[in-house]
Every structure is written in structure tokens, then in C-alpha cells.
Design a protein around this ligand. Structure first.
Ligand SMILES: [Ca+2]
Ligand SMILES: [Ca+2]
Length: 210
């Protein structure tokens, strides 16, 4: 999922920790939603929703209609502002590489979104169909079920899913720490090389004098 250039959403800023919009940004989003809501129903029907997502993202028609069905969990045939807000936060999280942080912070809402049949578990097929929303690679899926399906029923219940999101954040933090450690080591090595070079020049200049 990618945001198209020149989209209004490039002007919004998602909080990196909580993965939510600021009050000011949320108000701007409300105004945007009302512009889309031409029938003034405080909701978007599938046609309005389709054109909106088609305009701002590179999602296929099938994916857009799947997202509509996921958000329209009560089958009313329309998307209200709360669902719209959640979708925009997911898009923004994707755009800012905060998908795993979003899953962790909003694990219950994400779990309910992925549980397409409302059976209170996420099956491999449900994860496979929705993985594009959170940038989960196909190859990761079988490993996720292998590692986190503790009960062995080939489904993730909420506790198992929550453990998966904690693991993702933990892995992300370890990677960030490792990256920082490498950057510091590189900077130290460069500083040492510069110092050695300066000492060498000093030595060369003093030997010329004699
Ligand atoms: Ca399910
Ligand atoms: Ca399980």
C-alpha cells in the first residue's frame, strides 16, 4: 500500500509512539471527511469510499472493497468517521514505517479488523488476505503461526496475537539499538582515523624542520 504523491495526507503527522493524529490534524481530517460526505450522512458509501481510496493510494479495486468490508463490520454499507480515522492512521503508519508500532498500540482494534468472520480468532487465510495493510511479508506468515499459535489450533486468539505484536516491537527496538551501535562504532573509527592522520602530518612536518 502506497500513498500517491500530492495527497492531503502528506501534510498530516502521525505520533510515532501512540500512532494517532494530533487534535489539530484530527480536526483537519474531520473537515476533509465532510468534504467527501457529499450526501451529508456523516458516512461514506462504498462508491465514495472506493473513489477516495483509489485517488489517494495504489490499492487495487479488490483490496479497496476488502478494506470497506473490514471497516463496515456491522454491514451497514457505509463507513463513519471513526472507521475513516482508523483507516487514515493505518495508511499513515504504513507510510511512516510504523505498521508494527500501530499493531502494538492498537492491537485490539487491529485484531478485530483482521478477524474477518468475527470468530474471535485470526486464521492464516484472514492474515494472508489483510497482510498488505500492515506490510507483513508472505514468507513471515507461516513463521508467525509457528511461533505464536501456542494453543495449536492453527488460529491466533487475541492473547497470541498480542504476543506477536510485542515480539515485533521488541525486534524493532533491538534492530534500532544495533543500528545505533554500528553508527557510533563507525563514527569512533572515523574520528580515530582522522586523529591518526593529523598525528602523521604533524610528525611529517616536524621531521622536515630537522
Ligand atoms: Ca476469524
Ligand atoms: Ca491458537
Amino acid at each position: 500500500m502506497k500513498l500517491k504523491p500530492n495527497s492531503f495526507f502528506h501534510f498530516l503527522c502521525l505520533d510515532k509512539i501512540y500512532c494517532l493524529l494530533s487534535v489539530r490534524n484530527a480536526r483537519a481530517l474531520t473537515a476533509y471527511f465532510h468534504l467527501l460526505d457529499v450526501h451529508m450522512k456523516n458516512a461514506l458509501n462504498n462508491l465514495q469510499f472506493y473513489h477516495f481510496l483509489h485517488y489517494v493510494t495504489n490499492l487495487s479495486s479488490v483490496q479497496i472493497m476488502l478494506v470497506f468490508d473490514l471497516l463496515d463490520w456491522d454491514g451497514k454499507g457505509e463507513i463513519g468517521f471513526d472507521e475513516f480515522y482508523m483507516l487514515v492512521c493505518i495508511i499513515m503508519a504504513h507510510e511512516n514505517h510504523l505498521e508494527k508500532q500501530f499493531m502494538y498500540r492498537h492491537s485490539h482494534a487491529v485484531f478485530e479488523l483482521l478477524d474477518m468472520d468475527g470468530g474471535h480468532t485470526v486464521a492464516p487465510a484472514e492474515f494472508q488476505a489483510t497482510r498488505f495493510l500492515f506490510n507483513i511479508r508472505k514468507t513471515e506468515l507461516s513463521q508467525i503461526f509457528k511461533d505464536f499459535d501456542i494453543s495449536g489450533d492453527e488460529q491466533l486468539n487475541y492473547k497470541e496475537f498480542k504476543m506477536f505484536t510485542i515480539f515485533c516491537i521488541d525486534r524493532q527496538q533491538r534492530k534500532a539499538k544495533e543500528k545505533l551501535r554500528r553508527q557510533l562504532a563507525k563514527a569512533a573509527a572515523e574520528a580515530k582515523a582522522e586523529e591518526e592522520y593529523a598525528n602523521f602530518i604533524k610528525l611529517a612536518q616536524s621531521s622536515k624542520k630537522f
